[in-house]
Design a protein around this ligand. Structure first.
Ligand SMILES: Nc1ncnc2c1ncn2[C@@H]1O[C@H](COP(=O)(O)OP(=O)(O)OP(=O)(O)O)[C@@H](O)[C@H]1O
Ligand SMILES: [Mg+2]
Length: 293
C-alpha cells in the first residue's frame, strides 16, 4: 500500500535537499518513490532532474487548465516520480489554503497520486504558515508519519516547537499523524548533537538520523544532482542511506509514535538561555565536568 510521509522544515534548513537524497537512496534500495514538492517555489525535486525546472501543477492549471498523470507527474533520477505544486494563482480573495485546496481537488479528480505505483510518497512541506493547511489535507490522505527537518539554531527548533503545538491542537479534532522524529541537518559539532538531543528530551520526541554539514552537498547541487547520484561512494551518501533506512523502519513500525509535547513560550525561552550559558562557558573554557557535551 502507498504510504504518505510528511516532511516539514523551516525555510532554508535544507529539507528539499535532504528529501531528494532520501528518495534517491530509497530508490537505490528497490522502493518505488514519489516525491511531492508542496511549496510554491517548485524546486523540491530539482536535483532529481539534473537541476532543471519541471512544470508544476499550478503552471498546468494556469495553462489550458487541465492536468493529467501524463503532464503532472515527471520522471527523475532512476525513474523517481515527482510532482511540484508551484504557486497557486494569487486571485483576490483566495486564501493560501483555498489555493492549495484547488490544487488538491485537481490532483484528486485526476487521481494523480493513484496513477503511479509507489511504495512511499514523500511530501516536502516548506514554511510554517502553510503547515496547518497542508496537514489538514494530507491527513485526509491517511498520511502515516511526520518528520521534522531542523538545523541547530533556535529559530528552526522554535518552528518545530510551534508545529508540536499545532499537532496538540489537531489531536483534539482528529486522529493526529504519528510523529516520526526530528532529523538534524547540517550538523557540524558534537555540541549540536547534544543541543538536538536535549530539545528532543524536552519535547518528548526523538532524534532520528543525522546529516552532517558538507561542502559536497553544495558541490552536487551545483552539478544539479543529489549526493547519492553524483558521489555514491562518499561518506555523505552513507549518512543519507542510513537515514533512509531509519525512515522506512519508523514508517513500517506498528508501534504508534508518541505525541510530542510542545514547550510553553516561557519554557522554550528559559531552555534557550540555559544553552546560551553553556555555549558561553564552552567558548570561554569554563566547562569542567563535560556536562551535556
Ligand atoms: N547537509 C548539508 N550540508 C551543506 N549544505 C547543505 C546541506 N543541506 C542542504 N544544504 C544547502 O542548503 C541550501 C538550502 O537547501 P534546500 O533548498 O534544500 O533548503 P529548503 O529548506 O528546502 O529551502 P526552502 O525553504 O527554500 O524550500 C542549498 O544550497 C543546499 O545545497
Ligand atoms: Mg525546499
Amino acid at each position: 500500500m502507498k504510504e504518505h510521509i510528511l516532511f516539514y522544515g523551516k525555510g532554508g534548513v535544507g529539507t528539499s535537499t535532504l528529501i531528494s537524497n532520501v528518495s534517491a537512496a530509497l530508490t537505490e534500495a528497490g522502493f518505488r518513490i514519489m516525491q511531492v514538492g508542496c511549496g510554491p517555489v517548485s524546486d523540491s525535486c530539482s536535483t532529481l532532474h539534473g537541476g532543471l525546472p519541471v512544470p508544476s501543477i499550478s503552471d498546468l492549471l494556469r495553462g489550458d487548465g487541465r492536468i493529467s498523470p501524463d503532464n503532472a507527474v515527471q520522471r527523475g533520477f532512476k525513474g523517481i516520480a515527482t510532482v511540484e505544486f508551484g504557486a497557486p494563482d494569487n486571485q483576490p480573495g483566495l486564501s493560501t489554503s483555498e489555493g492549495l485546496r484547488r490544487i488538491f481537488d485537481a490532483i484528486e479528480q485526476e487521481r494523480i497520486f493513484e496513477s503511479v505505483p509507489a511504495d512511499y510518497v514523500l511530501h516536502d512541506i516548506s514554511g510554517e504558515s502553510s503547515f496547518a493547511a497542508y496537514y489538514e489535507i494530507l491527513n485526509g490522505l491517511g498520511a502515516t508519519r511526520i518528520f521534522i527537518v531542523t538545523s541547530a539554531d533556535y529559530m528552526s527548533l522554535s518552528a518545530a516547537n510551534s508545529i508540536f503545538e499545532s499537532l496538540e491542537r489537531f489531536g483534539d479534532a482528529r486522529t493526529p499523524i504519528p510523529f516520526g522524529g526530528l532529523i538534524p541537518n547540517g550538523v557540524s559539532s558534537s555540541f549540536e548533537d547534544s543541543f538536538f538531543a536535549d530539545f528532543a528530551h524536552n519535547t518528548s520526541t526523538r532524534v532520528l538520523g543525522r546529516v552532517p554539514r558538507s561542502l559536497m552537498v553544495r558541490q552536487c547541487e551545483l552539478y544539479g544532482k543529489t549526493v547519492i547520484e553524483a558521489s555514491p561512494l562518499s561518506n555523505q551518501s552513507y549518512f543519507y542511506r542510513r537515514l533512509a533506512n531509519q525512515i522506512v523502519d519508523v514508517a513500517q513500525s506498528t508501534v504508534a509514535g508518541r505525541q510530542p509535547s510542545a514547550m510553553s513560550p516561557e519554557r522554550i525561552r528559559e531552555w534557550a538561555h540555559e544553552w546560551a550559558d553553556r555555549l558561553y562557558a564552552l567558548e570561554n573554557g569554563l566547562v569542567s565536568d563535560g556536562a551535556a557535551i
